[in-house]
Design a protein around this ligand. Structure first.
Ligand code: FMN
Length: 457
């Protein structure tokens, strides 16, 4: 396989005691590597980098997941995204101890005001020297909305409309408020930047009013590398419009192919090309030098997993309190707020509208691939053949999963030409696309360059 078709491999985590699999913080590895110590993440990031993986991707969620039996008792006891820290801060902290990996973070569009976020993200792009990546998610929990003064989750259409305006503001600040040649640093004249090339954006929309300019000067990528996540129609359209890598979690390579085809259709609608957006699937692995060792690891690890945790998280994403149902009760979930995406149609299949809590618990995670590095690489190859460009490696064994993947699986993937053996020069965007550090001209943010005229002096 040609090196040009190499895939992208990110370690996919969340700064919390249990990401998708709850209870693993109390494994011996978890006790030695607590999530809330920077030293843990320094060790992991450096081993991920030594193996030439592409990045560390830190998920985030704001607010509590949906209630269970009317309360959040189980969330606290089983540590279901509670406690959890802000991803962007941890991504920034790891900049100083890594040189090549991308440091990705989720920041929901309701989390900060757009100006505030644009400045935070610019700062992270600078401290990482252009290795930052932002996962754009609308932000869906009721609790998160109530934390920012919104009493009820707005309709889907309303949330996406707000998202587009938010993105318009941050893109205008990053791409429009400083001309490409605004920073002159002329030692002779003593001029640092040219005031005639720094512009107010004067945004006055339905939800935001932002004057600008951004006071951070342009950063190595100008705009962080852009991810979007989700598989509903709205999410795929958002990806086609704005993202450079769409994160998905579907159950089979065939399902991934459907997503890739759908994305490519929408990309044409938005005047972008199929090569503009990579598709990255989330997968979990349990690797051993023999099949038996891998299965032994799985049994050991699963003895620590809190089984209710997965169901509570899945029900939270679906937007239903399922505590009153038996594990095998058939429930109509078609009207649930989260049905259109990961938790519904996309994984159940077209036309299927009911599921049992037992099935729902397994929707949020694709079953782990268990076996030798060769077996894992074979499975990854199948996803690649279906059009998937990369894998977000999940933390099924808590953070130890990244060490196993980096040290056992990466060499096999490299042997097959599926993974890079060296880092390319430059920013994360250059490493992924092999072109320049900035968004290409087909991206809507790039079209904002040079469009503002209200200069500051
Ligand atoms: C690989 C992957 C990573 C995700 N990371 C986050 C995250 O960090 N924070 C978050 O709120 N949602 C995250 N999501 C969930 C999506 O944001 C959510 O699915 C989206 O809001 C709508 O999803 P849907 O289109 O699948 O319904 C992630 C989804 C996938 C597939």
């Amino acid at each position: 396989m040609a090196t040009s078709s190499r895939m992208i491999f990110n370690a996919f985590t969340h700064i919390t005691p249990g990401h998708h699999f709850h209870g693993l913080w109390r494994t011996p590895w978890g006790m030695e590597n607590p999530y809330d110590e920077l030293a843990t993440w320094i060790r992991i990031a450096q081993r991920v980098e030594a193996a030439k993986m592409d990045g560390l991707f830190i998920a985030d969620t704001m607010g509590l997941f949906g209630a269970w039996g009317g309360s959040h008792r189980v969330h606290a006891e089983a540590a279901i995204s509670l406690p959890a820290d802000d991803a962007i801060i941890w991504a920034a902290a790891l900049a100083a101890v890594t040189k090549e990996i991308s440091l990705g973070y989720t920041s929901a569009l309701i989390q900060n005001l757009p100006y505030e976020f644009a400045r935070l993200a610019a700062s992270v792009d600078r401290v990482t020297n252009g290795r930052s990546a932002w996962n754009i998610v609308p932000g869906s929990t009721l609790s998160a909305h109530r934390d920012v003064g919104i009493d009820e989750i707005p309709s889907n259409a309303d949330r996406y409309e707000r998202s587009h305006e938010y993105l318009d503001v941050v893109f205008s600040l990053w791409e429009g408020s400083w001309a490409m040649d605004a920073v002159v640093k002329d030692v002779q004249t003593g001029v640092y930047s040219d005031p005639s090339k720094i512009f107010r954006i004067n945004h006055a929309g339905k939800r935001f009013k932002v004057e600008g300019p951004l006071i951070s000067e342009p950063t190595p990528q100008r705009v962080p590398f852009l991810y979007t996540a989700g598989v509903s129609d709205n999410s795929v359209r958002l990806a086609a419009q704005y993202s450079e890598a769409m994160l998905i979690q579907v159950r089979t390579p065939q399902d991934a192919k459907v997503m890739v085809d759908k994305l490519h259709g929408y990309l044409r609608e938005f005047g972008r090309e199929p090569e503009d957006v990579k598709v990255i699937q989330a997968l979990h692995f349990i690797v051993g030098s023999t099949e038996e060792e891998a299965v032994r690891k799985q049994h050991e690890i699963e003895s620590y997993v809190n089984p209710i945790g997965e169901l509570v998280e899945a029900a939270g994403i679906l937007g239903m309190d399922l505590s009153g149902y038996g594990l095998d009760d058939e429930i109509d979930i078609s009207a649930a707020p989260g049905f259109k995406g990961i938790m519904g149609e996309a994984t159940l299949g077209a036309g299927v509208t009911t599921a049992t809590p037992r099935q729902i618990a397994s929707f949020s995670g694709v079953p782990p691939i268990v076996g030798t590095p060769e077996k894992v690489a074979d499975a990854i190859e199948e996803w690649h053949e279906a059009g998937v460009d990369g894998v977000n490696v999940g933390d099924y064994l808590y953070s130890h999963a990244f060490i196993d993947f980096a040290e056992l699986v990466m060499p096999e993937l490299q042997k097959r030409g599926l993974a890079q053996t060296e880092y390319a020069e430059g920013t994360f965007r250059e490493k992924v696309f092999g072109a320049g550090p900035y968004l290409n001209e087909r991206h809507p943010a790039a079209k904002l360059r040079g469009t503002f005229t209200d200069s500051i002096g």
